[in-house]
Design a protein around this ligand. Structure first.
Ligand code: NIG
Ligand code: FE
Length: 431
């Protein structure tokens, strides 16, 4: 049974855990690489027959079993875990989710199967607006309880950090309600969380035909309040065909910059929307989706500090085109893969499925999908100095696998849960 003892986790006890006889530690790195790009994504460092020692919330050291006795950290150990046959992976970092939402939308799923497109469903008042209605009628406590279940589920599947967006409120009051729920999740769960304000996710029903007035409201009412209450770490806009234009995105990002909010935006999911260019113009930490990415967009990204992020779960679930991931990596770009966990286009936060999809649909190598779901998503959340690889001084967020022959088995054995034991902030939180 998977239970989180919140009080135990919040108060980090200075425990030292020794994990010994690890079959292989995956993605050992030093702290200096904040992202991995192009050819380097093929080159994954691992260490076989190894141990790892945590100290409080941090990784104190790791090394070959034969050197354990000489390790200066090998004293005052509070707990020893024998990991014979198991691999140790850094926790997944999921840099793009909408996991605070009310209810579910499996009824639209039928429409989708019958052939309606994402945009057609949205035009009928389904899609995001359907979730907005459900959220409006859900209390803050209930919304929190629903999201907490999802958080616990993704932790159990190996995720150690997650970005969560607002964007199903679409009114000042309901956007704040969502962001307060995210803040509560930050305070009460052991997973690292960043909040992204997505007021411009869709035009709400009350503003139908008055999109500009809604954008003005996002800029003049929502953004100041969100900033004043320090409820968001980032700002997002759904910059795409049928949603928000480049011009509107530009205005929102300009105002957000005044409040010090860096963009992480939805771009080029439905068309060559110009979203990548406007994101890069405002030094976005990431631009996400990118199904429609051509040579021009690749050139723009190559000259930027922005992490291109793809969401194969959404392309899979909506039966859409897959972005040119292979071409982008071969051009020298870094690439991140996230779940997009949301009730409409990707109702799963399982990052183990995302690594499998990366290999099957994007022709990425196992090494590349591992980087893409850890250090590169950590960069896309602004936390890669602390998370995303196994390095001395990094946060002790990692998981031990069930017995596994090789790390390539992770994407290969799709659909199975390979996680045996989860550690967050140096504490074992299941088993
Ligand atoms: O990332 N593309 C925009 N937003 C979400 C979908 C949200 C929904 O349909 O509820 C996405 O796919
Ligand atoms: Fe999304």
């Amino acid at each position: 049974m998977f239970t989180i003892f919140v009080s135990q986790i919040i108060k980090a006890i200075q425990m030292k855990i020794l994990i010994k006889n690890i079959k292989e530690i995956i993605e050992v790195d030093d702290k200096s690489r904040l992202k991995v790009s192009g050819k380097d994504m093929k080159d994954l460092q691992t260490m076989e027959h190894a141990y790892l020692i945590t100290d409080g919330e941090w990784i104190a050291s790791y090394g070959l079993m034969e050197n354990l006795e000489q390790d200066s950290h090998y004293k005052d150990i509070s707990e020893t875990i024998d990991a014979t046959g198991k691999m140790l992976f850094p926790s997944f970092v999921d840099s793009h989710t909408h996991l605070v939402y009310a209810g579910s939308r499996e009824i639209e799923y039928g429409d989708k199967i019958r052939g309606l497109s994402y945009e057609e469903i949205a035009k009928r008042g389904g899609g995001i607006l359907n979730s907005a209605k459900l959220l409006h009628n859900t209390s803050e406590d209930d919304l929190y309880a629903q999201a907490l279940v999802r958080i616990n589920d993704i932790i159990a599947m190996g995720t150690g950090a997650v970005e969560i967006k607002s964007g199903y409120g679409l009114s000042l009051e309901d956007e704040l309600k969502m962001l307060r729920v995210i803040r509560r999740l930050k305070e009460n769960t052991p997973i690292t969380i960043k909040a992204n304000f997505l007021g411009a996710h869709a035009v709400p029903a009350e503003y139908k035909g008055k999109q500009l007035a809604y954008v003005d409201m996002v800029i003049n009412e929502m953004l100041p309040k969100v900033a004043e209450e320090k409820l968001a770490d980032f700002v997002d806009v759904f910059c795409d065909k049928g949603f928000f234009t480049v011009d509107e995105t530009d205005r929102i990002l300009a105002k957000a910059a005044e409040y010090g909010l860096r963009p992480k935006i939805h771009a080029n999911e439905l068309d060559y929307s110009g979203g990548i260019q406007v994101g890069v113009k405002y030094n976005a930490l990431s631009v996400d989706h990118l199904e429609f990415t051509g040579d021009t967009e690749i050139e723009v990204l190559l000259k930027s500090e922005t992490m291109p992020t793809m969401l194969p779960g959404a392309a899979f679930f909506l039966g859409m085109v897959y972005g040119p991931a292979r071409k982008m990596i071969d051009a020298g770009l870094p690439l991140a893969l996230a779940s997009d966990f949301n009730p409409g286009s990707s109702p799963s936060g399982n990052m183990q499925l995302i690594v499998a999809m990366g290999c099957v649909k994007y022709k990425m190598l196992p090494e590349e999908v591992i980087y893409a779901t850890t250090i590169n998503t950590a960069y896309a959340m602004g936390v890669s100095d602390e998370l995303g690889s196994i390095a001395v001084g990094k946060r002790a967020n990692f998981w031990l696998s069930k017995p596994m022959p090789t790390y390539q088995y992770l994407p290969y054995s799709y659909g199975d849960n390979k996680v045996d034991t989860v550690f967050l902030n140096g504490k074992r939180i299941n088993k």
